[in-house]
Design a protein around this ligand. Sequence first.
Ligand SMILES: Nc1nc2c(ncn2[C@@H]2O[C@H](COP(=O)(O)OP(=O)(O)OP(=O)(O)O)[C@@H](O)[C@H]2O)c(=O)[nH]1
Ligand SMILES: Nc1nc2c(ncn2[C@@H]2O[C@H](COP(=O)(O)OP(=O)(O)OP(=O)(O)O)[C@@H](O)[C@H]2O)c(=O)[nH]1
Length: 439
Amino acid sequence: MTLPIVAIVGRPNVGKSTLFNRIAGERIAIVEDKPGITRDRIFSRGDWSGREFHLIDTGGLEFGQADEVTDHIRQQAELAIEEADVIVFAVDGREGITATDEEVSRLLHRSKKPVVLAVNKLDHVKHYDEMYEFYQLGFEAVIPLSSLHGTGTGDLLDQVIAHFPPAMEEFYDNDTIRVAIIGRPNVGKSSLVNRILGEERVIVSSVAGTTRDAIDTPLTREGQDFVIIDTAGMRKRGKVYESTEKYSVIRALRAIDRSDVAVVVLDGEEGVTEQDKRVAGIAHETGKAVLFVINKWDAVEKDEKTMNRFRREVLDHFSFMDYAPILFISAKTGQRVAQVLPMVQEVAEQHALRISTSVLNQVLQDAVMATPPPTSKGRRARFSYGTQVAVKPPAIVLFVNEPELFHFSYIRYLENQLREAFGFKGTPVRLMLRKKNKD
Ligand SMILES: Nc1nc2c(ncn2[C@@H]2O[C@H](COP(=O)(O)OP(=O)(O)OP(=O)(O)O)[C@@H](O)[C@H]2O)c(=O)[nH]1
Ligand SMILES: Nc1nc2c(ncn2[C@@H]2O[C@H](COP(=O)(O)OP(=O)(O)OP(=O)(O)O)[C@@H](O)[C@H]2O)c(=O)[nH]1
């Protein structure tokens, strides 16, 4: 399902980042616990009243050609207008309306996108009168709030989700493997898609795109249906933000949401960049199966150690995704491109793997026997049993006596034991601790 995108825009210092952190709050904290994940505090997920969404702080985006502050804000607003489903326009309730606020308002009005005006920095109810002036900007939803204290953000989110488009239906049946080809600009995504479609064993069906902003290509290979979710349809040539690398992350978000498997394309010539980490991190956090494809391998000067060196580089940067297989290919010459779809199929199967409770517990009991859980503060950690509660990705609940006695490193140990026994190649595995009630 495609999650709606909410973008926060506004001039500098009105409190966009503070508001972003407030809304993203808990999730950011959770994510930061995991070592190795880049947290740039520009993209996050939020949820409110059971509706999940992506949140973007456009203030954190860099725009190549912006010299003036107003240029910069205009570009943020344009990006929000293009990409967001709902725009949160933040202003400083203490300073009143500025010329820049008025200019942004005009742009937003012209776009006809739903806008919720967040009148920030009203830390006390007695300041709420300040908000009335902002009705002059012509937006219907005007919400007084304090991002600092967290007051008013609930009312803001009520308004935001009221403007969400209805949940979009997927047309593909459950057996169809949905593949997102993602990566930063110029790594060769389009070239790879074209190569795959040109493969002998692939039958491309002619069904047109099924959602409003992605071009989907359904195909069949040896009886297995796939759909390649291409982000090309979202490309708007000539826009200022086209040149910004972070823009491509927004494109990737949409595609990843709808996929089972994310094929993360890296440039073999250039190596791994921060941007790659951001894109791949999204696939990991959203629980998709992942396959790394190192493209342009034809252009890399190689000796017998090059492949291993690159593999190590990938592992260094993506230590939190060491489950993902790595393929070295050339979209240009076609080298190993024929292995991409079979590998996608393999990780998709692992992503949907269901382990019976009895088999699961044999493995877990053996693991606990071999290395018992730690003792801490004189209390002994005890594991009772585990059960798989979900697939895509596999999620396993571990019932224990005291969840807080189980450290990250021990959970990681159990995960490794499960991977050794069951594979789970290419898929994240979620392990969750629950306190077992005394019986
Ligand atoms: N009193 C008060 N101060 C706030 C509130 N929200 C943000 N601030 C302060 O305003 C300043 C700017 O906040 P930021 O969140 O960095 O603002 P921003 O809009 O992201 O700024 P840029 O990154 O420059 O675009 C900081 O000193 C915040 O602590 C609020 O609700 N009340
Ligand atoms: N040497 C070499 N060049 C490649 C290979 N694959 C793609 N390229 C080149 O890399 C450039 C970018 O390829 P695209 O397929 O357009 O890359 P993309 O990732 O779709 O780029 P965006 O549309 O900007 O997102 C082009 O000049 C391709 O010819 C490859 O396997 N080897």
